[in-house]
Write a protein that binds this ligand. Sequence first.
Ligand SMILES: Nc1ncnc2c1ncn2[C@@H]1O[C@H](COP(=O)(O)OP(=O)(O)O)[C@@H](O)[C@H]1O
Ligand SMILES: Cc1cn([C@H]2C[C@H](O)[C@@H](COP(=O)(O)OP(=O)(O)O)O2)c(=O)[nH]c1=O
Length: 682
Amino acid sequence: MTAPGRRRTTAHVLANASFRRLWTAMSVCSLGDWLNILALTALAGNLTAGDDYRVQSLAIGGVFIAKMLPAVLLGPLAGVFADRFDRRTTMVAADLARFAVVLSIPLIGSYQWIIIATLLVECANLFWVPAKDATVPNLVPNEQLESANRLNLLVTYGSAPVAALLFAALSLAGDVLTTVVPGMAGVDPTSLALVVNACAYLVSAGLIFTLRGLPRRDGGISTPSVLRQIVEGWRYVGGNRLVRGLIIGMLGAFAAGGAVVGVAKIYVAALGGGDAAYGVVFGAVFVGMALGMFFGLRLLRELSRRRLFGLAITVAGLVLVAIALIHNLAIVVMLTVVLGACAGIAWIIGYTLIGLEVEDAMRGRTFAFLQSTARVTLLLVVAAANPLAALFGAHSFALGRVSYQFDGSNLVLVLGGALAVGVGLLALRHMDDRKGVPLSEDLIAAVRGERFGPGAAEELPGLFVAFEGGEGSGKTTQSRMIAIWLRDQGHDVVQTREPGSTKVGMRLRAILLDAAERGLSPRAEALMYAADRAEHVEKVIHPALRRGAIVVCDRYVDSSLAYQGAGRDLAPEDVSKVNAWATGGLVPHLTVLIDVPPSVGLTRLGGAADRIEAEPLDFHERVRKEFRALAAATPERYLVVDGTLPPEKITQTIQDRMRDILPDPVPRETEDATGTMPVIRD
Ligand SMILES: Nc1ncnc2c1ncn2[C@@H]1O[C@H](COP(=O)(O)OP(=O)(O)O)[C@@H](O)[C@H]1O
Ligand SMILES: Cc1cn([C@H]2C[C@H](O)[C@@H](COP(=O)(O)OP(=O)(O)O)O2)c(=O)[nH]c1=O
């Protein structure tokens, strides 16, 4: 429903001629920015090509640091200055300055000048970006701002692979030119990329100069300090388990990415690749990211998002380690695409989950926190990567006759990979919403396109305990005893049963258990039990769990799996799917299975047999077998008790098991409140 609507607003934003012009300028600038990173790091590597491995690593690291330092140190300051000047003049001046500085780099051609020029270009960026951000709301009505921001984001990152491929092509052209044209022999092949980069800024200046509809003076834009955003954001993020997991995962992925970006140039050089190969590897990351965002999510649509998040980061780490160890450029490029895909999956899930799970008022701050910490993480990692690689130096190991090269860049990549694996596993553990279900099982089901089984009630504050077993096994007796015991301890307890605990449920129960109702089809029967359950979860169980109560339920999903799945011989996956849908994936924290042979249970029952009780003995045998198989599949979620024992003994066993999972009967907040009450004397 939202997609067509979205497309319409996007189209609308671009129909605005002024915005289109600004957006084109932004796109051209982004392309120039990415070309700039690639060309300058490549040039730094080329200028120090004859030097020691260490010198080369440090030279490239220096460029990255020069690129990021101004934003971190002077960002907020520049935002304030940008507010005081006319925005069009600011942007045009910044563009012309960038044009001149970038053009001077190939003309001067010294490493020191690369660093100074980078710092200057970044300082100009500090004025250009806030002026541009502040201009967008002047050109676009409020309701289209979001689409405008989305388009902005699209060109910022979408231009990266284009720039990488352009850089590869320009490097090749540069190589050809320097060999063919006699006067150009001493010129670095990256010069061509830098000239194109400079021209991009010139084009942007022209576009912005001719922009109509800009007010001369402006309102205020303020960029809060990076440090303040981090401190404020942590206050919220630190307290929320899910968001904490997400942020740790995303930052870990970022740090691993930083390791790749930092050492890519020297690593590719060590593999015998030139500037063009560097461009291809760089582009491969982004191509992979785009593929991951579009196809990865579709392919594994049925896997729990949270699991996929941790899994993607872990796999990214493993792939990174493989990249570090395999010395073959073609394989490295292919693995880099996979790496990018995993990163893309993790990034988009992280963003979506934060969007979904973080309350509205905190969302902006959470994103700001994420962006600030990501920037600082990237700076630290890129800054540390090259010196670390330099420190380790280049080593060659002899394994028999074969010699194996292991340099500082390999070490940095292995460390980056190990970090991602660690963080990915941490995220998997931290955020798992399907505890007890093996990941492999979920993955196989997801690849086959099967909807994953139900998730647990973990996110809700209450406790959900189900009682299962055959006819006359003693569920009703035991659930009553346990409810009384829990209430005695001060817990809020909701004792309920299936089928028939809601208004609609009672009518369904009448049909389901009426012995006169002959020939009800198995599918209809399964759907009616599921309908009763859907109503029960929505009206009774979920609200109780949400308010923190303990729900003691006589029969739940397992009864359908056993009676309709095994007893009636319906496909268990179908029954499972229908029920997962009906319950919204709600699984009990604990299921108590009271196991008795049907021959015993059925003889305990008094009165006339209902429609199900009247089934033959082998039906009940199948039911019992299925209950036991379900318990054996995830033993940590089950307690199986022998129902032929005396009732008190059974109650005792259940109580012992439940003590481990019972919450504090007096809620913590209440305790805190009573703890601060003034003491009443006399
Ligand atoms: N452990 C037990 N040993 C013997 N009889 C029992 C035991 N538990 C329950 N009963 C009796 O068996 C009958 C069925 O018990 P009930 O709790 O209604 O089972 P269910 O709800 O599983 O059908 C009742 O008459 C009850 O008193
Ligand atoms: C909840 C549920 C119950 N049933 C059957 C089992 C029981 O025979 C009957 C429930 O009847 P009930 O009188 O509640 O029996 P019990 O005391 O044994 O729980 O419905 C199913 O077949 N599928 C289900 O999903």
